[in-house]
Design a protein. Structure first.
Length: 100
């Protein structure tokens, strides 16, 4: 399970309780920390995929099936990261258009 899968959003009721009590939940880390962890996980998977491709290119691959899985995982993680980036950029553009 990657870091992106671990990100859970709090419910609206939890956010209101935190706002009313004036307590911020620093134990779970902020959005920036979660994003950083997710990007580190994507980087780690990418490095494993690169190693698998290098092993394939040099003929040092021990298990072709595991190498194919590592490359596929790296591709899927990269696609997911790019989609998240695109959604964030679209949201930013939408907010900048609506502000006066």
């Amino acid at each position: 399970m990657s870091g992106i899968d671990k990100i859970a959003s709090p419910s609206t009721a939890e956010l209101f309780k935190q706002k009313e009590s004036g307590i911020e939940d620093n134990s779970a880390g902020g959005f920036a920390d979660k994003l950083k962890n997710a990007l580190e996980d994507v980087n780690e998977v990418q490095q494993k995929g690169d190693e698998a491709m290098a092993d394939l290119a040099t003929g040092q691959v021990k298990d072709l099936h595991q190498a194919a899985i590592a490359i596929g995982k790296a591709e899927m993680h990269m696609k997911l990261m790019l989609e998240i980036r695109n959604k964030a950029l679209n949201a930013y553009k939408e907010l900048s258009r609506t502000q006066m």
